[in-house]
Write a protein that binds this ligand. Structure first.
Ligand SMILES: NC(=O)c1ccc[n+]([C@@H]2O[C@H](COP(=O)([O-])OP(=O)(O)OC[C@H]3O[C@@H](n4cnc5c(N)ncnc54)[C@H](OP(=O)(O)O)[C@@H]3O)[C@@H](O)[C@H]2O)c1
Length: 216
């Protein structure tokens, strides 16, 4: 598959590296064509990896990942010509964290709206699936690194898009029983509102190598 990864931070790099290793062709996007992180990543990730602007990555990918800083995601995505998103799956991994009031960060949107919904409204022709935002980037792409069972949440309005994302999660190593489909994109509120809890657990443990588990 051709995949566009919009974002050059730890998440974009972890997803891009894993996807390229799995045999996908990945283009990483940035605000600028010559982003140092992106070119270093592309050199390291091998022949299936390339980089360019956010628009280049969006145009290239059949499936896209939003790995931009949550406070800037809407601006970053809206700077791309809307045609690049037409009918495409956009996996939104971002969290609407606001660091402007110090630590811990607050959520810039919650309860009655979410970043996932804002992105879906801003890009009505894209099929937004919120996924993987509730864990550290290394756990996203190598769930087997945690010894016990743990879970990932997905939501979105388009069933086919969610099925494709489930397939990618399976490729990363997530078994179906650890993937929880929470319904439509409005459930992005719940997924994003897990972040304050996640950050407090990070603070308690002192490392990010953990995840949440649903027990019935
Ligand atoms: N770190 C994790 O393990 C983790 C886990 C779950 C979810 N998340 C979420 O995933 C997203 C990515 O996290 P990250 O830690 O990899 O990277 P990040 O530092 O949060 O974001 C880096 C990306 O944001 C873009 N960006 C920054 N300011 C911008 C602006 N003013 N306008 C447009 N784009 C801008 C950067 O563009 P350039 O490439 O041009 O610099 C870069 O591509 C975040 O929303 C985060 O909350 C992170």
């Amino acid at each position: 598959m051709q995949i566009g990864v919009l974002g050059t931070g730890n998440v974009g790099q972890a997803l891009g590296t894993r996807l390229a290793k799995l045999g996908h062709h990945v283009r990483m996007g940035s605000r600028t064509k010559d982003n140092a992180n992106a070119s270093k990543w592309a050199r390291k990730a091998g022949k299936r990896a390339s980089h360019g602007t956010f628009a280049d990555a969006a145009e290239f990918g059949e499936v896209l990942f939003n790995c931009t800083a949550g406070s800037t995601s809407l601006a970053a995505l809206q700077a791309v010509p809307a045609a690049a998103f037409e009918g495409k799956i956009l996996v939104d991994v971002a969290n609407p964290l606001d660091f402007s009031h110090g630590l811990p960060p607050t959520l810039s949107v919650c309860n009655t709206d979410s970043l996932g919904e804002q992105i879906q409204r801003a890009l009505p022709n894209a099929r937004v699936v919120k996924a993987l935002n509730t864990m550290n980037n290394s756990v996203m792409v190598h769930p087997e690194q945690l010894s016990d069972q743990h879970d990932v949440f997905v939501c979105g309005d388009d069933a086919d898009a969610k099925a494709t994302v489930r397939g990618i999660l399976n490729e990363f190593g997530w078994p179906d029983e650890q993937i929880h489909d929470l319904g439509g994109i409005a459930s992005a509120r719940a997924q994003e509102m897990l972040l304050p809890l996640w950050l407090q657990v990070l603070n308690e443990l002192g490392h990010p190598n953990f995840n949440l588990r649903v027990v019935t």
